[in-house]
Design a binder for this molecule. Structure first.
Ligand SMILES: C[S@@+](CC[C@H](N)C(=O)[O-])C[C@H]1O[C@@H](n2cnc3c(N)ncnc32)[C@H](O)[C@@H]1O
Length: 255
């Protein structure tokens, strides 16, 4: 069955500041031991960062598990007049014969690795594609921060979003199991086409995400031979991470 999540991904997340995220990544690349030219975008989804970084002159490879996400990314890159390389696959099983100056995994990609050994396997794989002194940037959720705001997370939320000629009414609810550090995220979405003024779709998505403690992330990064350079609460170097920040943004170096 076609994935509605992939089909409407850009609509569901049209509130995001992709430009700001990309600016942050470029700033973070300066921590590498050399000038960053090649970037691996892990879990690139519909390709926003891959495409924006390619437009800024970086040579980018975007990889995602979802064939539909990649097919949307290829279409968008074509429309943008750029040709990054896109691959369908699981980062843990990828066999590329080259190394990158930087790797990014943006918007909770690491939270898709829910099993105990999954995060380590993903980090080891990412490390194997990075040059020594290369930079790895990612964001995910912070268990204690999510716990501090659990009422906000677990309360159903509704948002109205617009992308191209579509308008979405998206409602979302998290059910968090703090014992196994997992959240079941349920998204219901109504899609209206503003050209025809018709309701064109309704779909439900269920995602299972791992919510890590900062310590788990630090220990795993250290075991996979990464040095943590910055821990932030947002895609901004002035954002300060505190123990109750719901989000964690990490800049690490492959040592
Ligand atoms: C929330 S999306 C983030 C997409 C994009 N990075 C962004 O910022 O919008 C997470 C993506 O990770 C991909 N993903 C999950 N597990 C993966 C794996 N093992 N290997 C590669 N991609 C994976 C999913 O298919 C999904 O597109």
């Amino acid at each position: 069955m076609k994935s509605k999540y992939a089909e409407y991904y850009d609509l569901l997340y049209s509130h995001r500041d992709f430009e700001g995220e990309v600016q942050f990544l470029i700033e973070a690349f300066k921590f590498a031991d050399f000038r960053v030219n090649n970037v691996l975008d892990v879990g690139c989804g519909s390709g926003a960062h891959t495409i924006a970084l390619t437009r800024k002159g970086f040579k980018v490879v975007g990889i995602d598990l979802s064939r539909e996400m990649i097919s949307n990314a290829v279409k968008k890159a074509c429309e943008a007049g750029v040709k990054p390389r896109f691959l369908v696959g699981d980062i843990r099983k990828l066999t590329l014969k080259r190394k990158f100056d930087a790797a990014v995994a943006i918007y909770g990609v690491l939270s898709y690795f829910t099993g105990d050994k999954d995060l380590k396997a993903a980090l080891d794989a990412i490390r194997s594609y990075l040059r020594r002194g290369g930079i790895f940037i990612f964001d995910t959720w912070n268990l204690l921060g999510v716990y501090a705001f659990k009422h906000v997370y677990q309360e159903p939320t509704a948002e109205i979003l617009r992308w191209k000629n579509f308008l979405a009414v998206k409602s979302m609810k998290w059910r968090i199991n703090f014992e196994n550090e997992e959240a079941e995220v349920k998204i219901d979405c109504l899609v209206l086409d503003l050209m025809s003024n018709k309701l064109v779709d309704f779909f439900k998505v269920k995602l299972t995400l791992k919510i890590f403690t900062l310590r788990e992330i630090m220990v795993n990064l250290e075991e996979s031979k990464f040095k943590v350079l910055r821990v932030l609460s947002d895609f901004s170097f002035s954002s300060k991470f505190t123990i109750d920040s719901p989000d964690i943004v990490v800049v690490a170096k492959r040592i």
